[in-house]
Ligand binder design. Structure first.
Ligand code: KIV
Ligand code: ZN
Length: 386
């Protein structure tokens, strides 16, 4: 069977930017949007135009500066929001309005003080109104993760009839388990009339650390778009991380899917977003953390030096990292020490290595990491010419 494409919808500039203290200005947003275009994302959610004049302006300017991906603007299921989003998107070559409403019992009862039937009517009107401005309308059922499947299916069917082209099923609170979220997607695939004519989109939050697993589970059950952010940034514990889902799809042929991400740009764009947002990436973050390709224990180092595949499932160059790191610590063995000494220009015999290794261990026990400068010092003390 032919591989199925999974579209990458990047929301770094909208959901990602909702992180406290991570405000970007318009030139910074344009800079990131241009890099996202080069990265190969299919959709850029450029902002929430009604939220502020700055956000409106960013959506306008990104629409003018980026031509390949679809440019999407968020709106609540409210007439004025939709009109402002349409206005902000007027320069986009391929505009999409993303509109919707909360569908879970708590959103209906506490946020809207409404009823399921009235919410359904509002959803239909929102999609119809958006459709009067653009052809491409994505509908989000906020808190779909905690929405009853049967009601959710009815809402989906109604908004498809009203003209929605994409159905976003957000796990807004990051509550679902992967099998549960996957089953929700499958339920919609099996029970919504017209579903074959639209794209189901996974939009997961990471409150329980399950955003990536849930997004992949959605893909395994029929979702054809994943909404995600660079470095997984976003509200609270963040959104699904783009680098993780794109590489999972690349690494696992069994999924029988592909995406258009140019993986060599993953590390450079991660650093750009971290820097512009002033939000550093945790060292052990998959794919883009500084330790993602660093080996520090003797057993692992020995293996990687013999053959990278022993402890690495991804070639670092494939994600834009020049090479794996062999970090020298008190846990390192002779192989790693010899490897690093060789890299910085020393060639030593096996006997000399034994002597240097003892001095190395004395130093390493006092320090977290032995640097190249430390190694030069150790070589001086050892009296080995190298
Ligand atoms: O998490 C969410 O439900 C959202 C929607 C507004 C799409 O971000
Ligand atoms: Zn979200």
């Amino acid at each position: 069977m032919d591989k199925r494409q999974v579209l990458i919808f990047d929301t770094t500039l909208r959901d990602g930017e909702q992180v406290p203290g991570c405000k970007l200005n318009t030139p910074q947003k344009i800079e990131i949007a241009k890099q996202l275009e080069l990265l190969g994302v299919d959709v850029i959610e450029a902002g929430f135009p009604i939220s502020s004049p700055g956000d409106f302006n960013s959506v306008v300017e990104i629409s003018k500066s980026v031509s390949e991906p679809i440019i999407c603007g968020l709106s609540r299921g409210v007439k004025k929001d939709i009109e402002v989003a349409a206005e902000a998107l007027k320069y986009a070559k391929r505009p999409r309005i993303h509109t919707g409403i909360g569908t879970s019992p708590s959103h209906i009862k506490y946020k809207f003080k409404s009823t399921p039937e009235l919410i359904m009517e509002r959803a239909i009107s929102a999609v119809k109104h958006a459709k009067s401005f653009v052809e491409d309308v994505e509908f989000y059922a906020e808190d779909a993760g905690r929405t009853d499947n049967e009601y959710l299916a009815r809402v989906c069917e109604a908004v498809i009839k009203a003209g929605a082209t994409v159905l976003n099923i957000p796990d807004t609170t990051g509550y679902c388990l992967p099998d549960e979220y996957g089953a929700k997607i499958k339920y919609l695939m099996d029970n919504v009339r017209g579903i074959e004519n639209v794209i189901i989109s996974a939009h997961c939050h990471n409150d329980l650390g399950l955003a990536t697993a849930n997004s992949i589970s959605a893909v395994m059950n029929g979702a054809r778009q994943i909404e995600c952010t660079i470095n997984g940034i976003g509200e609270r514990a963040g959104n699904t991380s783009l680098e993780e889902v794109s590489m999972i799809m690349k690494q696992h042929p069994r999924l029988n899917v592909y995406n258009n991400i140019n993986s060599k740009m993953l590390n450079p764009i991660s650093r750009l977003v971290a820097e512009r947002m002033g939000m550093f990436v945790q060292p052990n973050k998959a794919i883009v953390g500084s330790n993602a390709f660093a080996h520090s224990s003797g057993i692992h180092q020995d293996g990687v030096i013999k053959n990278r595949e022993t402890y690495e499932i991804i070639d670092p160059e494939e994600v834009g990292v020049h090479e794996s790191l062999i970090v020298l610590t008190a846990r390192s063995g002779r192989a790693a020490l010899a490897f690093r000494l060789h890299k910085i220009g020393y060639s030593i015999t096996k006997l000399e290595l034994d002597e240097i290794y003892q001095i190395f261990l004395e130093h390493a026990d006092k320090k977290k990491e032995i640097t190249d400068e430390d190694l030069h010092e150790i070589m001086k003390i050892s009296n080995v010419a190298g």
